[in-house]
Design a protein around this ligand. Sequence first.
Ligand code: PRP
Length: 175
Amino acid sequence: MEIKGRKAEVLIKEKDIKEKVKELAERISRDFEGKDILVVGILKGSFIFMADLVRELKGKVYIDFMQVSSYNTSMESSGEVIFVKDLAQDIRGKNVLIVDDIIDTGRTLKALVEALKQREPSVLKTCVLLDKKERREVDFDADYVGFVIPDKFVIGYGLDWAEEGRNLKDIYCII
Ligand code: PRP
């Protein structure tokens, strides 16, 4: 496949994503057993992963969204995190699971967790589908990780290249 004149090849197939989402949901459902879960999606990249994940979770699930911006150029991020959209509710005493598509430098999730902890949720966990571990710039790891991937530019299943490619069913890397 080609995108913006560059070649893209499948990195993770739709079928493997589906299996991984089920596996993650089982672990999360076990860990949150007997508790309501407020799933917080970080817009926009998480929207497809989150939609699939919540349908596999057991028990009572609520959803909300936040949006942060990290001053992105088209393929690189500068490291500064700005909160663009906040939650629509108070999370004090709630069991919160932050869901994002990818952790890269770690700055976004670290900043989010630090900010949300101040609001005193009862539980605060993080879940990402993809982890570019070798790119980490801050000391932060997600509680639930789908796939550790190499430092390649990836698109599809919610992830974009300058807003293109979010609707692709597989995850591709640009080569
Ligand atoms: C991506 C991704 C994470 C963040 C991870 O969002 O969805 O939120 O970057 O990077 P970090 O670990 O280096 O902080 P992006 O800014 O591309 O926005 P989008 O989700 O709207 O595409």
